[in-house]
Design a protein around this ligand. Structure first.
Ligand code: ADP
Ligand code: MG
Length: 395
C-alpha cells in the first residue's frame, strides 16, 4: 500500500519502490522480503511465524527474535503457561472452554475470583481483546462473548484473575546476537480502557528514593529473567503489575477509579508489594517510545544494534524526567490530535511524533508526544496544557 507509513521513509539504497508490497501474514511476500534481506525482524507479533521459521531454515535470511518466540508470544495463554512453568510470577489464569456454559464460568469464578479479565488468546493489541467481566449475570457474560468472539466465532479465550495493582510498570530489555543484555529503567504506564495513554520515566513510587530504586531494581531483574526464557535477539517490552503489599489477587480495590490527573497521588500511600508479569512484546514497544528523547540510545537503535550483532548502546536516562503521551483517535477526525500537537508545540521540551497513518479511527494510535524536563514536577507542569487539550483524557 502506497499510503503505508513505512513507505514514507525512503533511504537511497532502498527506495520505497523496491519494498515488497504485501501483508505481513502473506507467505509469498515474507519469502520475497527474506530473499532480499540479511536479517528480518518484526514490529508487530501478529505475523506468520511458521513462514519466518521456514525462510530461516531454508537459509534465506536470519530472523530475530526467534520465530518460535514470536509464535509463543502470539498466544497470550501459551505465553503465560510458558512463564509460569519457569517460575516467573504472573496473574492466576485459566483457559475458557470453546462454548462456555454457566457452570464453566462458575468454575472460573471459584478458581480466579471476580471480576475476571477475559482475554482473546491471539490477535490482541491496544486493549482490543480484553473484556472485564464483573459478574456472571447473563447480560455481562453475553457482552463479554460479543466483544471478544463476535459473530464470526472461533476466537479462543482465557481468563485472568483481576490484578488490583498499585500501578503498572514496564521495562524494555534488549539482548544482542552475542547474548549481551541491557535493560532500561522501569517506567510507569497508565492505561485507560486497557490502552496505554501516558508513560512516566523514571518510575514514581511512594516511600522515598530507597523504595523507588528498590522497585526499579526488582522490575529490571524480573523483566530480564522473563526475557532470558525466550530465544533470539532484539528488544522486548515487559509489562508488569506492581501489587500492593499483602494484596490477595482476587480482592478488588479502589484503584479501579484512578484518574490520569498528573497531580493526583496516582502513587497511593500503600506499601508496594510483589511484581508480576502481565505480558511481553517481542519488539519495540510503546513504553519505550520516550527513549528517543530521554535515553542515551533509543529502543529502536538498540533493537537494530541487537539484531545486527553490534554492541548495545547505553540505556541510561539522559534527562532527569520524561513523559510520553499517546495520541489516540477519538473518531475519524484528526482535529483533536492536531489540537494536542498544537498545544505541545508551545511547550518547552515537547517533541511531537505523528506516524503518518492515512485514516484516523477511534482507539487508533496516531502518534505520541514526549516531554522532557529537569524534574518530575517540571514534567508534570509541562504536560498539563497538553493533557488539557486532550478532552478524552479529562477526568
Ligand atoms: P494488550 O495486548 O491489549 O496490551 P494486555 O493484556 O496488556 O493487552 O492488557 C491491557 C491492559 O488491561 C493492561 O495494561 C492493564 O491495564 C489491563 N489488564 C490486563 N490484564 C489485567 C488483569 N488481569 N487485571 C487487571 N487489569 C488488567
Ligand atoms: Mg499490553
Amino acid at each position: 500500500m502506497d499510503s503505508t507509513p513505512a513507505k514514507q521513509v525512503s533511504l537511497p539504497p532502498a527506495p520505497h519502490t523496491q519494498h515488497p508490497d504485501g501483508a505481513f501474514t502473506s507467505p509469498q511476500h515474507i519469502r520475497e522480503l527474506a530473499e532480499k534481506a540479511d536479517v528480518v525482524t518484526v514490529e508487530i507479533e501478529h505475523v506468520d511465524a511458521d513462514v519466518l521459521a521456514q525462510v530461516q531454515a531454508d537459509g534465506l535470511c536470519a530472523v530475530q527474535p526467534a520465530p518460535g518466540t514470536i509464535k509463543l508470544i502470539q498466544d497470550k495463554y501459551l505465553q503465560k503457561q510458558h512463564l509460569q512453568a519457569r517460575g516467573i510470577a504472573v496473574a492466576p489464569f485459566a483457559a475458557v472452554p470453546e462454548h462456555p456454559t454457566h457452570e464453566d464460568w462458575q468454575t472460573l469464578e471459584r478458581e480466579l475470583g471476580m471480576p475476571l479479565m477475559v482475554k482473546s488468546r491471539t490477535m490482541a493489541y491496544d486493549g482490543k481483546g480484553n473484556s472485564p467481566l464483573k459478574s456472571l449475570a447473563a447480560d455481562d457474560v453475553e457482552q463479554t462473548i460479543k466483544t471478544l468472539v463476535g459473530s464470526a466465532g472461533g476466537n479462543k479465550l482465557y481468563a485472568e484473575a483481576w490484578a488490583p495493582f498499585v500501578k503498572e510498570v514496564a521495562v524494555m530489555v534488549v539482548r544482542n546476537v552475542a547474548g549481551q543484555v541491557r535493560s532500561y529503567d522501569a517506567v510507569e504506564t497508565i492505561h485507560k480502557d486497557s490502552i496505554l495513554r501516558v508513560c512516566f520515566a523514571p518510575l514514581r513510587v511512594s516511600g522515598g528514593k530507597g523504595m523507588k530504586s528498590e522497585v526499579n531494581k526488582r522490575a529490571k531483574e524480573l523483566a530480564e529473567s522473563a526475557v532470558a526464557t525466550l530465544d533470539g535477539a532484539g528488544i522486548f517490552g515487559v509489562e508488569m503489575f506492581l501489587m500492593p503489599d499483602g494484596t490477595s489477587l482476587s480482592s478488588l480495590q479502589a484503584f479501579l477509579t484512578r484518574t490520569l490527573d498528573p497531580d493526583d497521588p496516582s502513587h497511593p500511600a500503600v506499601h508496594v508489594g510483589a511484581l508480576m508479569i502481565n505480558e511481553i512484546a517481542p519488539r519495540p514497544h510503546n513504553s519505550g517510545h520516550h527513549t528517543i528523547e530521554a535515553c542515551e540510545t533509543s529502543q529502536f537503535e538498540n533493537h537494530l544494534r541487537a539484531i545486527l550483532s553490534l554492541p548495545l548502546g547505553s540505556t541510561a536516562l539522559r534527562v532527569p524526567s520524561a513523559a510520553m503521551l499517546n495520541l489516540i483517535g477519538t473518531s475519524e477526525s484528526m482535529t483533536p490530535i492536531e489540537d494536542a500537537c498544537r498545544a505541545a508545540y508551545e511547550v518547552p521540551g515537547a517533541t511531537v511524533h505523528l506516524y503518518g497513518k492515512k485514516e484516523c479511527r477511534r482507539g487508533r494510535k496516531m502518534g505520541h508526544i514526549t516531554v522532557t524536563g529537569s524534574s518530575d514536577a517540571q514534567v508534570r507542569e509541562r504536560i498539563r496544557p497538553i493533557l488539557d487539550a486532550m478532552p478524552d483524557l479529562a477526568k
